[in-house]
Design a protein around this ligand. Structure first.
Ligand SMILES: C[S@@+](CC[C@H](N)C(=O)[O-])C[C@H]1O[C@@H](n2cnc3c(N)ncnc32)[C@H](O)[C@@H]1O
Length: 221
């Protein structure tokens, strides 16, 4: 029987609700990866994540939410940790899997299609969760759902790291976030405790020295 139009097979959002970013741009996230590297895809892990890893910031099972082409997840996996990277962009996931295949089975890394708003569907829990450049793509009305979704997969006393564009300084990134917005999104009423928010940088393909960022360390209560 021929498929009806409008079925999941021809839905670029695979049945999920498009995010605010996708509604504004009119394109699914996957399209960002169709014509060469996306602006945030610097072909190496973010320096802030490399530094965090060298300081022993990652422990236990690690989730990378919105992993893109997997540079950060692969970096953490190379340290011997077990990492799951999830994204809604199948093209990015395919690139990430190719990179993982070149490293071989010495590292424990998986890349899976999953919506960051429905992480409970993974049926898994993580001691460390990384959000490198995802939180800042969500509008205020999406953040409570995202914080709840993250909470559903983070072990109690686990750690969430959020690296996002900040609203401080010149040459801010496209989705600048204030410290207050971070504290409003993650607070004891929804199972989170902001332990620290520090100024940092996010490198992009179009900033010479990166864009101002916040590096937030957030504990699951
Ligand atoms: C700015 S990019 C950052 C990618 C990667 N973390 C990095 O540092 O290169 C945001 C990523 O989040 C993904 N993303 C956006 N909305 C998502 C959602 N609801 N669930 C999972 N991934 C999502 C996008 O496809 C994109 O790969």
């Amino acid at each position: 029987m021929p498929e009806r139009s409008g079925t999941l097979a021809d839905d670029p959002f695979s049945g999920r609700r498009p995010t605010s970013h996708e509604r504004k741009s009119g394109l699914p996230w996957d399209a960002s990866y169709h014509q060469g590297p996306a602006p945030w895809d610097i072909g190496q892990p973010q320096p802030a994540i490399v530094r965090l890893a060298s300081e022993g910031g990652f422990a236990g099972a690690v989730l990378d939410a919105g992993c893109g082409t997997g540079e950060n997840a692969l970096h953490v996996a190379r340290l011997g940790l077990s990492v799951l990277g999830v994204d809604v962009a199948e093209t990015a996931l395919a690139i990430a899997r190719e990179k993982a295949a070149t490293v071989g089975s010495t590292i424990k890394v998986e890349f899976a299609m999953a919506d960051a708003f429905q992480l409970e569907r993974l049926g898994r829990r993580f001691e460390t969760v990384l959000d490198c450049g995802l939180f800042h793509t969500f509008d205020g009305d999406e953040r409570p759902r995202y914080a709840a979704s993250l909470a559903s997969v983070t072990e109690h006393n686990g750690t969430l790291y959020v690296l996002c564009f900040s609203d401080q300084g010149p040459d801010t990134g496209p989705h600048p976030i204030s410290q207050e917005e971070l504290r409003a999104a993650f607070n004891p009423s929804n199972g989170w405790n902001v332990a620290a928010i520090k100024p940092d940088r996010i490198q992009t393909r179009y900033h010479d020295n990166g864009a101002p960022a916040w590096f937030a360390t957030i504990k699951r209560i």
